[in-house]
Design a protein around this ligand. Structure first.
Ligand SMILES: [Zn+2]
Length: 409
């Protein structure tokens, strides 16, 4: 399948006009090269085409374990403890099987690329990491995947963890993650992670500030280290739920500092809503990082799934469109421009955040795209559009038949 001409489709730049796309050797081209091969033609039924969706933050290794966990308090502490206990029973085959289930779901939800976080500590060793490496190879036909290894159970407090992170970074992991709130010295963990990131020349993606007190933010330390090491646009912080607790002027100043340092923010609405605000008996706070306000100050943002079927988030279907709709609901985003932003946070902005090259629908970009029966990009989020098909490097990876009403005749 060398050359394909996709006809009868609509593009996000002008969704009322019927267009065409040409794909050769897995990339979009303006015109086909001049040889004897006749292009295959594929009619996309007048549907909307978007670049494939990007999951910037998902935990495949601890997905689908609710049947092994106790859920009583619904707190972050319980989620960490309960998952840690379940992890003792993880095997490579078990992690592979649960991860494959989520990847296959994500493919049918229009995701074509994901950054997956993998926990490393002396208890689990490299067991989960090895399974994720195998998944990365086995699903490359439909899902690009990059691996971020991180110390969920602490780095400075947990001897042996750093050696495992280094071993993984030398054998296939390309991103280093962190969890500063798990160490007695959060700033110390942040500093050590930056030193390792420079040593391995890798980007950083940290779980940060997971509560709703405006006090004790570690964002300033991340900003300081980013500038000190020249790591601008290579550092992402996830959750950062404290941002939702800041008064407007303090939030603006923090957002400006993040933008100037090129520190990027990922909101994980499902987990953040589930785990925060538990102490409130009424007027429960929302606890989701205010992406639109950060975006207005120039911060690169994304939103992502994080967890599915574990004590951090007991539910999920790997749909980024549903996550974007959830964030739109929670953060009062409803205009066409705001909804288009929500879509960008799982597509163009997400690609920019993880520095994914050749992303989009322009000539030269990888032909990773999805097809939806929806009028406009904003409507994809507002109406929870369901992808009908996806293509990876120009090859179709799944198909969903549109629902058909069976009216009485
Ligand atoms: Zn996470």
């Amino acid at each position: 399948m060398k050359k394909i001409k996709f006809t009868n489709l609509r593009l996000p730049v002008n969704p009322t006009q019927i267009s065409e796309l040409r794909v050769e050797e897995g990339r979009f081209v303006e015109v086909f090269s001049n040889d004897d091969i006749t292009p295959i033609e594929m009619n996309l039924g007048g549907n909307l085409v978007l670049p494939g969706l990007i999951e910037t933050h998902i935990h495949l290794d601890k997905a689908c374990i609710m049947d092994r966990c106790q859920l009583q308090e619904g707190t972050l502490q319980e989620a960490v403890t309960s998952t840690s206990a379940a992890k003792i029973g993880f095997t490579e085959a078990d992690v592979y099987q649960r991860g494959a289930r989520i990847i296959e779901q994500a493919i049918t939800q229009g995701t074509t690329y994901m950054r997956t976080h993998v926990e490393l500590d002396p208890g689990i060793g490299l067991t989960s990491f090895r399974a994720i490496l195998q998944l990365q190879r086995d699903y490359a036909w439909a899902m690009g995947m990059e691996i971020c290894v991180f110390p969920q159970e602490g780095l400075l407090n947990n001897p042996g963890t750093e050696e495992l992170l280094c071993e993984a970074l030398e054998s296939g992991a390309t991103i280093l993650g962190g969890c500063p709130y798990m160490d007695d010295d959060p700033a110390g963990q942040i500093q050590r992670l930056f030193e390792l990131a420079v040593q391995y020349d890798c980007d950083l993606d940290l779980h940060l500030d997971f509560d709703l007190s405006p006090e004790g933010m570690t964002v300033p330390e991340v900003v300081r280290c980013t500038l000190a090491h020249g790591w601008q646009h290579r550092v992402t912080i996830g959750h950062v739920t404290k941002l939702s607790a800041l008064p407007p002027e303090q939030l603006r100043q923090t957002a400006m500092a993040l933008a100037e340092a090129g520190v990027q923010v990922t909101a994980l609405p499902s987990t953040d809503l589930f785990l925060t605000g538990r102490e409130a008996t009424h007027n429960v706070p929302r606890g989701v990082a205010p992406l639109s306000k950060l975006h207005a100050c120039g911060v690169t943002c994304s939103l992502s799934t994080n967890n599915i079927g574990n004590p951090f988030t007991p539910f999920g279907d790997a749909s980024l469109i549903r996550q974007a709709n959830l964030l739109a609901n929670v953060c009062h985003l409803g205009t066409s421009a705001e909804l288009a932003c929500c879509l960008a946070w799982v597509s163009e902005e997400a690609a920019k955040m993880i520095r994914l090259p050749d992303y989009g629908l322009s000539p030269g970009c990888h032909a990773d795209f999805i097809v939806l029966d929806v009028d406009t990009p904003a409507a994809v989020i507002a109406e929870l559009g369901q992808p009908l098909m996806a293509f990876k490097r120009g090859r179709q990876s799944f198909e969903r038949k549109p629902a058909q009403l069976l009216k009485p005749v």
